[in-house]
Design a protein around this ligand. Structure first.
Ligand SMILES: CC(C)(COP(=O)(O)OP(=O)(O)OC[C@H]1O[C@@H](n2cnc3c(N)ncnc32)[C@H](O)[C@@H]1OP(=O)(O)O)[C@@H](O)C(=O)NCCC(=O)NCCS
Length: 157
């Protein structure tokens, strides 16, 4: 997992762009596993971990959570994994958890993230303009969400 953060291409559109220490990574895994307001999955391809996806900061009272995905092994990009993972995660949130909304975002220019999110039902609802400094440029953060009621129009439970 630490190796995923060593690759500046893999982290191009992420907040964290330096590899954490083994101690920090273990602590993160431990605290995430114990966190009652997060669900995290490791994405495995043929038995090998290639990334993670998460619903975090779940607000049980208001029924929403925030999602994120990292496929850290770049050789695995562009094979439909991100789209499938986000579709499965949306289904899980709306059929296995009592959530009514998932929130997310991506940095402008992250076409794969935008398209994978769209395939999982997310829609752009606004932008923080020139919000993030990425490789010498200020880029917008595109804010997205998917509502259970909209998802249900195109998916059966
Ligand atoms: C973003 C990410 C999760 C997408 O997963 P992926 O498995 O590579 O994407 P998919 O193969 O499922 O492709 C999803 C869509 O993006 C398109 N796409 C994939 N790679 C692309 C690229 N480099 N440029 C343009 N479009 C691309 C695909 O054609 C597909 O479009 P479609 O649904 O219209 O057919 C993955 O690339 C990743 O983890 N990147 C690094 C971390 C990151 O940016 N995470 C998201 C933060 S918001």
């Amino acid at each position: 997992m630490i190796g995923w953060f060593e690759d500046l291409e893999a982290t191009h559109f992420l907040q964290l762009r330096n590899p954490p220490s083994i101690g920090m990574e273990k602590e993160w895994l431990e605290s995430t596993a114990k966190d009652p307001n997060s669900v995290i999955w490791v994405i495995e391809v043929e038995g090998r971990g290639v990334g993670t996806t998460v619903i975090r900061e779940i607000d049980w009272k208001n029924g929403f959570g925030t999602t994120g995905t990292l496929i850290g092994d770049r050789k695995m990009w562009g094979k439909g994994i991100g789209r499938e993972v986000m579709q499965l995660r949306t289904r899980y949130a709306f059929t296995q958890l009592p959530l009514r909304k998932l929130k997310s975002s991506y940095f402008d220019g992250n076409v794969a993230s935008g398209r994978a999110q769209a395939a999982a039902g997310y829609r752009e609802i606004g932008r923080y303009r020139a919000d993030r400094y990425v490789d010498g440029q200020w880029v917008d953060e595109v804010v997205t969400e998917v509502l259970r009621e909209d998802w249900l129009k195109e998916n059966s439970v």
